[in-house]
Design a protein around this ligand. Structure first.
Ligand code: GAL
Length: 339
C-alpha cells in the first residue's frame, strides 16, 4: 500500500464518521433515513453544457448513477453548467461545498485553476474525481501535485496522445498516404480545440508526429483555434479553403464538432472528401461515425464517453465507500475508419 492509499484509508474513516453523524435529510451529507436508505449527494461540475461530447458524457454519468441505485442506496446527482466561465464554476464549487456534497466530479473550465479549486474541495473534506481536462504536473506530465499529494483526488480520462496518433495513422494508412496531389508531402490544415487543454495540444502534436514517424513529409498550411466549436470549425475551414484552395490536402480537427463544421465548409467550397481532400475528427459522435461509413469523413477516433463516465462514477462510489483509489485512470481511444 503506497502513501496515498494509507492516507486515503485514514481520511475515509474520518469522512465516514462525518457522514454517519449527519442524519438530517437536508444536511447535504449522506444520510441513513428510516428503512436504512442511504442517500449520497453528488455534485457534478461540467465546464460547459454546450459541448457535444461533454453532453454525452454528463448524460451517461446521470444514467449510470441511476443503474447503481438499490433499495438501500440512492444517489442525488446535481449537475451544473460552468458556461465555460471559470469564475462561474468556482462559485458552483463553493455552493457544492456549502451544500455538503459527499463527492464532486469535476470537469474544470481551466486546468490552470486546478490548484485553487482542489484546495478548497480538499479543505472541505470532500473527495473529488477530475474528468476530461487533465491538470498536468510541472513536468507537463502525470505528476500533478494536486492529485499525487491528495489521497481522495484522482483523474479519469483518455490519453490524448493516443487519439492524435490514431488520426495520423489513419492518414498514413491511406493508399496515397494523404498526398493527394503527389508532390511528395502532405499539406494540412489543423483546427485546434481550446489551446489551454492538453487534449488539443496532444492531438495537434501527435497527429503530425504519427505521419512523420511513418516517414511522411508534412507541410503545415494553416493552424487555427476553433475552441471545440462547430461554427468556428466551419469558419476556419471556409477561410482557409478560400485562401489556400487545393493546396490543402488534409483537414485535421481536434474534435468531431469542428469536423462537422469543416465538412460543411468543404462541401460549400465544392471539394469532395475522399476524392480531393481528407477530413479527420476525434470523439466518434454517432453522426460522424455514419459519415465515416458513407465516406463523408476519412476517419475519427472514439473518445469513449461511456467508458470514461462509468469509470468516473465507479471511482466516485469507491470514494463514497471509503475505498483507496489510484491517482490516474485511463480509458483507451479506438480508431474509427470505414467498415
Ligand atoms: C475533448 C473532446 C472535445 C471536447 C473537449 C472538452 O476530449 O474531444 O470534443 O468535448 O474534450 O474539454
Amino acid at each position: 500500500m503506497n502513501f496515498k492509499k494509507l492516507l486515503a484509508s485514514a481520511m475515509t474513516v474520518a469522512m465516514l464518521a462525518g457522514c454517519s453523524s449527519g442524519g438530517g435529510a437536508a444536511s447535504g451529507s449522506a444520510s441513513a433515513a428510516a428503512g436504512d436508505v442511504k442517500t449520497y449527494n453528488v455534485g457534478v461540475a461540467i465546464y460547459q453544457f454546450n459541448d457535444n461530447f461533454m453532453t454525452l458524457y454528463r448524460n451517461e454519468i446521470e444514467a449510470y448513477f441511476k443503474t447503481l441505485e438499490t433499495d438501500t442506496v440512492k444517489y442525488n446527482v446535481q449537475i451544473v453548467d460552468g458556461k465555460n466561465d471559470m469564475a462561474e464554476q468556482s462559485n458552483q464549487v463553493d455552493s457544492f461545498i456549502t451544500q455538503g456534497m459527499d463527492v464532486i466530479i469535476l470537469n474544470l473550465v481551466q486546468t490552470s485553476s486546478a490548484d485553487a479549486i482542489i484546495d478548497k474541495v480538499v479543505g472541505a473534506g470532500i473527495p473529488c474525481v477530475l474528468i476530461n481536462r487533465e491538470p498536468l504536473g510541472d513536468n507537463g506530465d502525470e505528476s500533478y501535485a494536486g492529485i499525487l499529494d491528495n489521497p481522495t483526488v484522482c483523474y479519469v480520462g483518455a490519453d490524448a496522445r493516443q487519439s492524435g496518433t490514431y488520426q495520423g495513422e489513419i492518414v498514413a494508412e491511406l493508399p496515397d498516404k494523404g498526398d493527394i496531389n503527389g508532390d511528395g508531402k502532405v499539406s494540412y490544415l489543423m483546427i485546434e480545440g481550446d489551446p489551454e487543454n492538453p487534449d488539443a495540444q496532444y492531438r495537434t502534436q501527435y497527429s503530425i508526429k504519427a505521419l512523420e514517424d511513418a516517414g511522411i513529409t508534412v507541410e503545415k498550411i494553416d493552424d487555427q483555434i476553433g475552441n471545440w466549436d462547430q461554427k468556428k470549425g466551419q469558419e476556419i475551414c471556409s477561410t482557409a479553403l478560400a485562401q489556400y484552395g487545393d493546396a490543402i490536402e488534409v483537414v485535421f480537427c481536434n474534435n468531431d464538432a469542428m469536423a462537422l463544421g469543416a465538412y460543411a465548409a468543404i462541401t460549400d467550397a465544392g471539394r469532395t472528401v475522399g476524392t480531393d481532400i481528407y477530413l479527420l475528427g476525434v470523439d466518434a459522435l454517432d453522426e460522424c461515425v455514419e459519415m465515416v461509413n458513407n465516406g463523408q469523413m476519412t476517419g475519427t477516433v472514439l473518445n469513449d464517453a461511456v467508458g470514461q463516465s462509468h469509470k468516473a462514477v465507479d471511482v466516485a462510489v469507491q470514494l463514497l465507500n471509503g475505498e483507496a483509489i489510484e491517482n490516474y485512470y485511463w480509458v483507451d481511444y479506438v480508431k474509427v475508419t470505414k467498415k
